[in-house]
Ligand binder design. Structure first.
Ligand SMILES: Cc1cc2nc3c(=O)[nH]c(=O)nc-3n(C[C@H](O)[C@H](O)[C@H](O)COP(=O)(O)OP(=O)(O)OC[C@H]3O[C@@H](n4cnc5c(N)ncnc54)[C@H](O)[C@@H]3O)c2cc1C
Length: 389
């Protein structure tokens, strides 16, 4: 592998303990998670074995502040861990990082009492899920219909969510819905934390997917589901603010996931064409192939550099970086799709067969262009940011 990509492999300024932690994550990914990835893809079995191995290393602790039983690291170090786990198994990467996406709003907007009560479970290895999408409200999340009705010190929840990663296995559900007493539909959006086992919460179905097959994707129903008002995040109507802030933190993580898939494909492709010979030469020696590599490597290098740029903004406490996060999510996921498709091409007929993981990476890559805002939506957000008001 070229020195160029080695140099970009880690963000600048990591602490020594973070480098050591990343070393342990890489070893876990290579020795334990990667060898099982084909099995999990084939069977779509939820990767409990990987979740257990991740918890044995205590990796969930990095999601949670120390005061609630965690051991946080920089956002940059977290993104490296997402990329490394995903490189080994994209389904496991999505299961693990979803708990971070789901718990970040609670950390940023929850009260002391809520954090003391709800976070230790996650630090100890519990799973979280983030419930936004509904059958009629995908790209336009403000169209959600799930309703929160206050009843004394309780909130009654009625509605349903769809495509929820970890939805059937989570311990904590970060759920968005509309406060019944607020008329304005955007201002009505509110957020609550639902705990596993709350009566009225049920799993309706799970999806059989093209890629990240072992991660579970569930449709959920909330039928007169009651929870304490103490589980409301912020005030009624704070939901949109919470939603936008939390997407800003999860989109770079989605990009790290996409870049894990892209890196895995690039490394496989380069290794293969350095061995494979046709017409008396190694495939890598054909100029047409070198042009492909040049484009792929340049795009990978630029996306990784931008990943570290956005990570540095987050670590510096910057809050206004939505456009940078959109650019990152869009470019990294478009690259993951292009990279994996081109690497299947580099492997020729073998790339099309399951003996090599290139075809799995290609299926896994597709979701990164769809979730956390489709890339059409990100193009719209980026373009719209230049309209003078
Ligand atoms: C495997 C998987 C896991 C997921 N995990 C989660 C999760 O954990 N939590 C969660 O809340 N959601 C999750 N989602 C949902 C995901 O975020 C949505 O699927 C996504 O936001 C798109 O919504 P939609 O599927 O309803 O598509 P739609 O919004 O119906 O879009 C259909 C098409 O129309 C295009 N389109 C829509 N609006 C516009 C526009 N304004 N301009 C141009 N084009 C537009 C879209 O780009 C797309 O091509 C998951 C989805 C999948 C498949």
């Amino acid at each position: 592998m070229s020195t160029l990509l080695d140099r970009l492999d880690l963000p600048p300024g990591l602490a020594e303990e973070e480098r050591l932690l990343i070393g342990s994550v890489r070893k876990l990914a290579a020795d334990v998670i990667a060898p099982r990835a084909a099995h999990h893809d084939r069977t779509a079995e939820f990767p409990w074995d990987n979740v257990k191995a991740i918890n044995e290393l205590g990796l969930n602790a990095m999601f949670v502040p120390e005061a609630y039983g965690g051991a946080p690291v920089s956002y940059a170090a977290y993104l490296v861990c997402v990329r490394e786990i995903t490189k080994a198994c994209a389904a496991t990467g999505s299961v693990w990082s979803t708990s971070f996406h789901a718990m970040k709003p609670l950390i940023d907007f929850g009260t002391e009492e809520q954090k003391q009560r709800l976070l230790p479970k996650i630090a100890q290895g519990g799973l979280g899920c983030l419930c936004i999408t509904e059958p009629h409200a995908g790209s336009d999340a403000t169209g959600m219909r799930t309703r929160f009705t206050p009843e004394g010190d309780q909130i009654r929840i009625d509605g349903g969510k769809t495509f929820i990663t970890n939805g059937d296995v989570a311990d904590r559900y970060l759920l968005f819905g509309k406060w019944s007493e607020i008329e304005d539909q955007r201002r009505a959006i509110s957020a609550v934390v639902v705990e596993r086992g709350t009566p009225g919460l049920s799993v309706v179905r799970t999806e059989d997917k093209m890629g990240i097959r072992a991660s579970s994707t569930a449709a959920l129903a909330f039928d007169s589901c009651r929870l304490s008002r103490g589980n409301l995040l912020g005030a009624p109507g704070d939901g949109l603010k919470i939603l936008l802030a939390s997407l800003n933190k999860s989109r770079p993580s989605i990009a790290a996931h996409a870049l894990g898939i892209a890196r895995a494909a690039f490394e496989d492709g380069v290794a293969y064409i350095n061995q494979r010979r046709q017409s008396g030469r190694r495939v890598v020696e054909f100029q047409g192939i070198q042009f492909m590599l040049a484009d792929l490597a340049s795009e990978l290098a630029l996306c990784e550099r931008w990943l570290w740029h956005v990570a540095a903004l987050v670590d510096a406490g910057e809050t206004d970086f939505a456009v940078e996060a959109s650019m990152l999510k869009m470019r990294a996921s478009d690259l993951a799709m292009r990279m994996t498709t081109d690497v299947v091409q580099l492997l020729g007929g073998y790339g099309y067969c399951r003996e090599y993981r290139a075809e799995r990476l290609m299926r896994d890559a597709k979701i990164t262009q769809i979730w956390e805002g489709t890339n059409q939506i990100h193009r719209q957000l980026i373009g719209r940011s230049f309209v003078e008001r």
